[in-house]
Design a protein around this ligand. Sequence first.
Ligand SMILES: Nc1ncnc2c1ncn2[C@@H]1O[C@H](COP(=O)(O)OP(=O)(O)OP(=O)(O)O)[C@@H](O)[C@H]1O
Length: 267
Amino acid sequence: MNNTSSVNFSALLSTQDLVLQVGARVLAQGLSWQVNRGECWCIIGRNGAGKSTLLRTLAGMRDIQVGKVLLQDKNLHDWDLFELAKLRAYLPQGWVDAFAYRALETVLSARHPYQDNHYWESGDDVQIAMAAMRLLDVEDLAQRDVRSLSGGERQRVAIAALLAQDAELLLLDEPANALDLAHQVSVMQILAQNCQQKNKAVIMVSHDLNLSYQVATHAVLMMPDGSCLLGLKEEVMQAHHLGTCLGHPIERFVHGSQTLFLPTVSA
Ligand SMILES: Nc1ncnc2c1ncn2[C@@H]1O[C@H](COP(=O)(O)OP(=O)(O)OP(=O)(O)O)[C@@H](O)[C@H]1O
């Protein structure tokens, strides 16, 4: 399914007939997709479906063999790297901290594209970095060696860095990974607010159907046959579509203002 029937030239991101392939395996076939400012998309699929590969491709970290990815109206790989860093930010799924940076320094490094001499940060950069750390509840960890942080603390520092980059398009690979329940909800709400109040666009990979449904406006389901189902969450996140996508029957319940998804479990 494509969501490009009414062509919108002001789309922040668009793909045209994109094919994702790893070796002989086609992960996504002919994906044509538009993402506009203010939209929050979640990408759903089984392990190995190609969610991270898709996100890395949209971030410009993977070659495109077939099809196009446009940011605004320009080919992704034609963007100057510093301009690209102001336009899109990317949170990978995991990393290794090899050096003893302070948490604040890792957040400040996200301000690099805004520094004219690309070397020294200004007082404004420090304020922006600290504000992002405050929002993510890691302000108190600013002077800590990143290698001493817990998994959830390190994840929140990384999300603070992503926000400090102040890009229009936020690409996040399982942002709620390793977070406790309160921080999962808080991070998801922060992402939704960035779309609603700051007119940014979010594309995130998530395995949490319930939380995703609460904050997302749209969803992409990466199907086992390499097709993608994409559109408004209400239309796409139907129990039967999710069941096919995830290879397990799912039931959808409406409880008050909440929509809940439960996997069917036989006794
Ligand atoms: N460099 C590589 N060489 C061989 N196979 C690869 C390579 N990179 C990715 N793959 C394969 O491509 C498929 C898609 O990987 P990807 O990481 O995008 O999946 P995913 O949907 O994000 O999975 P998960 O939910 O487990 O994170 C997987 O089967 C993976 O093993």
